[in-house]
Design a protein around this ligand. Structure first.
Ligand SMILES: [Zn+2]
Length: 384
């Protein structure tokens, strides 16, 4: 049976996947600078071969199209290329049962698993499945604002019925809510001047600090439901130690599983910050991110396909969670979509990021079975 052949190929691929994760992770790919990593992935897909189309678009999204049987579900399968780390030092350490390094799980593991499944499908040639569009996309993290996947969803709008995002860390989580988020750059500008000669003028850093302090009482409780968060993530400003700061900026991130909460909290925050400034300077807010949200019910076919694959492999009950992944863009555009994972690990977005290597074998089989299971359905069935 084709699915057994697929399992066998994927099972044997695990050591190769681990090496591939290291190779991918060691190619720097900060958001907006993914081109080198994209070229590597394009090269790997080219080696696998047999595609009906293989292309890289102007954003450096890499897309490989495999035509399947008409009348079966067509799937978009995305793994993001970019990492949150701004510079290029990306060494990976191999420890007992672990890989440790920046972006090793998020999302080098997702990309490597996507390549392993692409390779296995081309070799096993499972019958009775619809088109598969494999994508390694840019711009998922931070200020990338899902711009890579948004472009792919738009360009291939008529060519797929459902979407899966593949993330390295999320083996035991399945995304049911796409967390909506808004991101703003909040700035204060003043005249500034010499810290001695112009002493007494309004200091933009001091004013901005006041605005930030005014946000504190508005921060939602970590245990509130629906979960809603507000974070001050980056702060910068000023010219030198002996200058009355003429400018200061911080970046604000507001998220919720309930999209309406995001807008409400933003309005409250804006009012509180303006009041805190007491008219001493203008507060400007520039939107730098707007991630759409939406809900996919746990009973949706895309999720049932993943649960069915887990059951067959004896994987534990997953945590059904709210996430902010490439799946959000597809959900917001009206497609059923979720995010599935490959292994477990920790310290995502931190210097000590790590993944466990042992679950990778089952993880790639899980991803492969989910995809083949979903692509075997009819287009009507996968949309339910
Ligand atoms: Zn990620």
């Amino acid at each position: 049976m084709a699915s057994n052949v697929l399992d066998q190929i994927l099972g044997r691929s695990a050591p190769g996947v681990i090496d591939e994760i290291v190779r991918i992770a060691e190619i720097p790919a900060p958001t907006s600078h993914e081109r080198e990593r994209a070229k590597f992935v394009h090269g790997r897909l080219d080696e696998i071969g047999g595609w009906d189309d293989l292309a890289m678009d102007s954003l450096s999204n890499v897309v490989a199209v495999r035509r399947g049987q008409a009348g079966r579900a067509r799937l978009l399968l995305c793994a993001h290329l970019d990492t949150v780390f701004p510079d290029s030092a990306t060494p990976v350490r191999r420890e007992r049962g672990r890989l440790v390094g920046r972006g090793v799980g998020d999302n080098s593991t997702g990309v490597a698993a996507m390549l392993a499944v692409a390779d296995a499908v081309q070799r096993a040639k499972p019958r009775g499945i619809g088109d598969l569009i494999f994508v390694a996309n840019v711009g998922e993290e931070g200020r990338g604002d899902l711009r890579g996947v948004r472009r792919v969803v738009k360009d291939y709008a008529a060519d797929f019925d459902a979407m899966y995002a593949i993330e390295g860390h999320a083996l035991n989580r399945i995304q049911t809510h796409g967390v909506a988020s808004l991101r703003y750059e909040v700035s204060v500008a003043t005249e500034g001047g010499h810290s001695w000669h112009a002493y007494g003028r309004t200091n933009a850093i001091a004013l901005l600090a006041r605005a930030i302090v005014a946000l504190e009482p508005l921060m939602p409780s970590p245990t509130a439901t629906p979960k809603t968060t507000m974070n001050v993530g980056v702060i910068r400003g000023g010219r030198s130690v002996n200058t009355v700061a003429p400018d200061a900026t911080f970046e604000l991130d507001i998220r919720s599983v309930e999209p309406a909460n995001v807008d409400r909290l933003l309005r409250t925050a804006r009012t509180a910050m303006r009041q805190a400034l007491g008219g001493e300077a203008e507060l400007t807010m520039k939107r730098i991110g707007n991630r759409p949200g939406g809900v996919v019910p746990p009973t949706a076919a895309v999720i049932r396909a993943a649960l069915h694959a887990r059951k067959g492999l004896g994987l534990p009950e997953p945590e059904m969670n709210a996430g902010s992944t490439d799946a959000n863009a597809a959900v917001a555009a009206g497609y059923p979509a979720t995010c599935i994972g490959v292994t477990t690990g920790g310290e995502m977005h931190a210097e000590g990021e790590w993944i466990s290597t042992k679950p990778i074998r089952e993880g790639v089989i899980f991803v492969g079975r989910t995809i083949v299971g979903a692509a075997s359905m009819t287009p009507q069935a996968i949309r339910q």
